[in-house]
Design a protein around this ligand. Structure first.
Ligand code: ZN
Length: 440
């Protein structure tokens, strides 16, 4: 969940690929490296040579036929729980559905178990359990299409069987209510990552969007990272303060992930990652999954959004009040209609901005450390043109192929890197021994 954004604008139907004539051209490597790359495979090589549109489409088709495409962050469970949203709905207004996943070649989705930081403290775990339940219920209802995955091997097996893999990550350290044993419970229920903070500081550490109170990870936060290493649960550093990030990579015995974070060098949001952080993440052998929210991709959008935000929030508040007076609640679909009207006034970036952030992360940290973390259904519709929902993922693959990524590198970015990290996390857990007793 991103909490600052919004609109459900562009219709999901076939937005044509843009004319690419005006696009930035990737700098060619030095002549010597370029010549060498003709003969040997250069590890982590980024964008050897641009391809034509027709070539790029062929490459994308081949890659999508083989790759396991994994997205590490979608907030769809709240729609399932609060609005009885069915993942099989062929007319889904949301960004993730089974038909859209099939159309977009999206093979595995990490559903976010997100609970608002202002949710009543005594009910955080109950709400999380409700969300976990509803994901399991949806997967059971669509057992012919989807299956829960708990390991990297599960994802591969489910993919081989022609089904979609569903996974879960808990978004925010506040959702364990200060008791590390709850991590064990979430793990047993299938949760495979925990985001250390959401938008406010919590018992585990400082958030990037709050005043620091722990100077990074708290002592409980350090125990949490250690416990997650033992359990085999990925440590997610999206949303955390820079210092919390550095503390986490310093003590984690396993690679960490940023489940939905973009590059601060391209768009200065506090929860985007600096180049130095990207390098530290690469050194930790982790993976940074690029967030598709326009406000984290494009500074022009971010400032235009700020200007309309107060009025849009006031309209949303009034609509919620009105629904409440009528004994109802405003559904996510109704909220999106209001946001859509505002979105129409904003300069919307295209999906190529996502490719820009992938390029940047790959150039700074290496192609082994970047992936996809859409934040679909958590950004109130504010995703770039040409990436309105997960059925549009092939647009991005074609664009990356056009920019010259090798087929092998594309497979890594689309999901291979995340599978590698998941396996390493599983191995570290086996080495450390899973058993931990006590609250900390
Ligand atoms: Zn988030």
């Amino acid at each position: 969940m991103t909490v600052i954004d919004n609109d459900w604008s562009a219709p999901s139907v076939a937005a044509p690929l843009r004319n690419r004539a005006g696009l930035e051209i990737m700098p060619l490597k030095s002549p010597i490296v370029f010549l060498l790359s003709l003969f040997v495979l250069v590890p982590s090589a980024v964008c050897a040579k641009e391809r034509s549109e027709a070539e790029a489409r062929k490459v994308a088709q081949r890659v999508l036929a083989r790759a396991i495409v994994i997205d590490t962050h979608a907030d769809t469970p709240q729609m399932m729980l609060d609005d009885n949203y069915d993942l099989g709905d062929p007319a889904s207004p949301y960004m993730i559905s089974i038909p859209k996943m099939r159309a977009g070649h999206l093979d595995a989705e990490f559903f976010s178990i997100w609970v608002d930081v202002d949710w009543p403290k005594q009910d955080l775990i109950h709400r999380a359990l409700d969300l976990i339940d509803v994901v399991n219920e949806q997967v059971a209802r669509h057992a012919g299409d989807m299956e829960m995955a708990r390991t990297a091997d599960d994802i591969e097996r489910i993919h081989r069987a022609g089904k979609l893999a569903a996974l879960m990550g808990v978004e925010g350290g506040h959702i364990i209510e200060g008791d590390l044993r709850v991590l064990d419970i979430y793990y047993q229920l299938g949760v495979r990552y925990l985001t250390l903070t959401h938008t406010k500081d919590d018992e585990l550490g400082d958030s990037s969007t709050d005043k620091p109170q722990w100077n990074g990870l708290s002592e409980l936060g350090r125990h949490a990272v250690e416990r997650m290493n033992r359990l085999g649960m990925m440590v997610d550093i999206s949303h955390v303060a820079d210092k919390t990030f550095y503390d986490a990579v310093a003590i984690s015995k396993a690679p960490v992930i940023a489940s939905h974070s973009s590059c601060r060098a391209l768009c200065s949001a506090p929860r985007n990652m600096t180049d130095d952080m990207i390098r530290a993440l690469a050194k930790n052998d982790g993976v940074m999954d690029i967030n598709f929210y326009e406000g984290f991709l494009d500074p022009a959008f971010a400032s235009a959004y700020k200007a309309i935000e107060p009025q849009m929030d006031a309209d949303l508040k009034a609509a919620r009040e009105k629904a409440k007076q009528e004994g109802k609640r405003l559904t996510y679909g109704e909220e999106m209609k209001i946001q859509q009207q505002y979105a129409a006034q904003l300069p919307r970036p295209s999906f190529e901005k996502i490719a820009d952030h992938i390029d940047h992360a790959a150039q700074v940290g290496g192609v082994d450390h970047v992936g996809l973390g859409s934040d679909f259904d958590g950004v109130d519709g504010f995703v770039p043109r040409g990436m309105e929902d997960c059925s549009k993922l092939p647009n991005l693959v074609i664009e990356l192929a056009r920019r010259g990524y090798s087929e092998q590198d594309l497979q890594k970015i689309l999901g291979g890197n995340l599978l590698r990290v998941m396996r390493q996390v599983e191995q570290v857990s086996q080495q450390l021994g899973r058993t931990v007793y006590g609250r900390r």
